[in-house]
Design a protein around this ligand. Structure first.
Ligand code: SAM
Ligand code: F3S
Length: 439
């Protein structure tokens, strides 16, 4: 009988992308098929995230649940991939001895080899190397699921923000060659993909080798992707303020396929906190980028990431973050309570704010972000927006898709998946828009 795999993904979009590529490797390289649930699988992989402490705890909760399954069917293999695997390594097997495979984000293309070795030797397999580009060279061609797809342009991070584990778990920044990214995009376009999101921890630090020599930046990459037959929309995430060049800003004015939406993590609106986070910019510098972007592409939607309760954050410093959110007019965003990560410089700083106070700040900030997002939704009522059709909405017999600025639009009318339709926006919800196709 054909062996089956089940992958559960935690964390960021890069992890979602990695899981899809791991699934490609298991299907094409090992002849396996996807299982609908972990209980039906012969190989179960948890693709983990270690950005915040809770994420690691979630892994061990999940492993606890899988333990019984493994006792009942000892031939089932359990794997831990991703950033917790990178960070904890063999300690995972120390704490959960029934785990068979531990491998980091840069070793996922070796999943088939690890499975075979585990079966042949009976010994758990651990692979935490960073072989850089080998990962992409060894993976089979990406498979599309619907009209939108992620494509990794670069990997890793060399910024070393004082609070963050990513540079340690995913290794230093490196970019895929331009031609490799374009080949993947073209392959996806042939399978019906119309919108591509270029991925990287700091995707605007992209510096990929060009076929004729020279280095392509993200503006150049976006220009080349725009010329791929079938691709109508381009997004990219996550970008870093320090790498936000004028060339990229100009690309927003010149490249009509570059969607009017940027996720640009600011983390805090207070300069002293930003310095202690080692972010490399001030609030004024951040606002200057926003101003130039708005000039280049009026109506561009900006979202961001925020950390509240960074060690020593005072009430006034937190108020500076709230003020920045209002000044920039963010269209929503993600906020997180600071979580001390072992091995990062910030973990050594005194953290004396109470949990109650941190939760209160998180609530206040998230409310503000959500209310600004909802206000943006209300402003769209009465507009006609081009929507890329993705499929059926969860309820109401409607179709669903996304507007240029990435808002979800649920709508009535006839349309095919992958088609671009014009939708008249009739109502705004807290998290989505509603409308009908116009002829
Ligand atoms: N590369 C991106 C950037 O430029 O910031 C972000 C990568 S990180 C995986 C995603 C988000 O997680 C960050 O923007 C930050 O807000 C949050 N984050 C990272 N480390 C954190 C920590 N120790 N505690 C709380 N939130 C954290
Ligand atoms: Fe983390 Fe800062 Fe890099 S948040 S992923 S170290 S840019």
């Amino acid at each position: 009988m054909q062996q089956r795999y089940f992958i559960r993904t935690f964390g960021c979009q890069m992890n979602e992308y990695d899981s899809q590529r791991m699934a490609d490797a298991l299907r094409v390289g090992c002849g396996m098929e996807a299982a609908g649930a972990p209980e039906e699988a012969d190989v179960i992989v948890l693709n983990t995230c270690s950005v915040r402490a809770k994420a690691a705890e979630k892994l061990f909760d999940e492993l606890g649940r899988l333990r019984k399954h493994k006792q009942a069917r000892p031939e089932v293999l359990i794997g831990v991939a991703g950033c917790v695997a990178s960070q904890e390594g063999a300690a995972i097997i120390g704490r959960a001895p029934y785990v068979d495979l531990v491998f980091g984000p840069q070793a996922l293309h070796r999943v088939g080899t690890l499975i075979r070795r585990r079966r042949q030797t009976g010994v758990p397999q651990i692979d935490l190397q960073f072989p850089e580009i080998e990962k992409f060279d060894s993976l089979p061609a990406a498979t599309a699921e619907g009209p939108r797809a992620f494509v990794a342009a670069m990997e890793g991070c060399s910024k070393y923000c004082s609070f963050c584990v990513v540079p340690y778990t995913r290794g230093p920044e490196f970019s895929r060659p331009l031609a490799d990214v374009l080949e993947e995009v073209a392959g996806l376009a042939l399978q019906g993909v119309r919108e591509v999101t270029l991925l990287g921890q700091n995707v605007n630090a992209y510096a990929g080798a060009e076929p004729g020599g020279g280095i392509a930046d993200l503006a150049r990459l976006a220009e080349c992707v725009a010329n791929v037959e079938g691709i109508e929309r381009i997004r990219y995430t996550t970008s870093h303020p320090v790498n936000f060049t004028q060339r990229l800003i100009d690309a927003h004015a010149a490249n009509p396929r570059l969607m009017p939406q940027v996720h640009l993590p600011v983390q805090s609106g207070d300069d002293r906190i930003l310095a202690r986070m080692k972010r490399g910019y001030t609030a004024v510098e951040y606002k200057a980028i926003v101003r130039r972007l708005r000039r280049a592409q009026p109506g561009i939607s900006l979202t961001s990431d925020f950390i509240v309760g960074f060690p020593g954050e005072s009430e006034r410093q937190f108020a500076n973050t709230l003020r920045l959110v209002e000044e920039v007019g963010f269209d929503g965003g993600f906020s997180f309570i600071y979580s001390a990560r072992p091995g990062t410089p910030a973990a050594a700083l005194a953290d004396d704010l109470s949990t109650g106070e941190k939760k209160q700040r998180l609530h206040q900030l998230q409310e503000l972000l959500d209310s600004q997002f909802a206000a943006g939704n209300r402003r769209r009522v009465g507009e006609n927006l081009p929507v890329l059709v993705e499929g059926s909405a969860k309820s109401g017999g409607l179709l669903t898709g996304r507007a240029p600025d990435n808002r979800v639009v649920n709508f009535s009318g006839a349309a095919r998946i992958g088609e671009m339709v014009q939708v008249a926006i009739e109502a705004a919800g807290r998290f989505s828009l509603r409308g009908g196709v116009v002829a």
